[in-house]
Design a protein. Structure first.
Length: 144
């Protein structure tokens, strides 16, 4: 069973993602992406939202996606035990924008089986799926 969210909660998450996308460093692609992560509701994470944007580099492959930036910020702020309840991804280019494969693997690292991903489809609607559905047969290692 995936986590469920009210339309207000989804709007708050996508709004944070849209805000941070304004800070995108994307002089090469001009594709401005924002990602907002809703953390677990426990004592430490308190359902906080942490956002990140894409940061490109002249050496293109060093580009950091918005999702990865947001996750790095969340770990820095809340520690290595973070658990993601939901991620919202938006872009300011009005394009469909499902997370790339690398970002799916990065989200999965901190996900639960219920984690939901919200992203815009080709019609500009916010659609959702679970990370488990978006990355079947994922690579996993036992954590010590
Ligand atoms: N990008 C993201 O930030 N997230 C994704 O899931 C897909 C792509 C960024 C990377 C690059 O700066 C630009 O979008 C075009 O690929």
């Amino acid at each position: 069973m995936a986590f469920t969210f009210t339309s207000d909660e989804i709007a708050a998450l996508t709004q944070r993602a849209a805000q941070v996308a304004e800070n995108s460093y994307s002089p090469y692609s001009h594709f401005r992406v924002g990602a907002a992560i809703l953390l677990a509701a426990d004592e430490r994470q308190k359902g906080a939202i942490v956002a990140g944007t894409n940061v490109e580099n002249a050496s293109y492959r060093l580009t950091c996606c918005a999702e990865q930036s947001a996750i790095a910020a969340a770990v820095a702020l809340y520690g290595p035990q973070i658990r993601i309840r939901a991620v919202a991804i938006v872009n300011l280019n009005h394009e469909a924008c499902a997370p790339c494969g690398a970002c799916r693997q990065t989200i999965l690292e901190f996900a639960t089986p219920e984690t939901v991903v919200f992203f815009p489809n080709a019609a500009g609607e916010t659609v959702s799926s679970t990370i488990a559905k978006m990355l079947p047969a994922a690579f996993n290692l036992q954590r010590e």
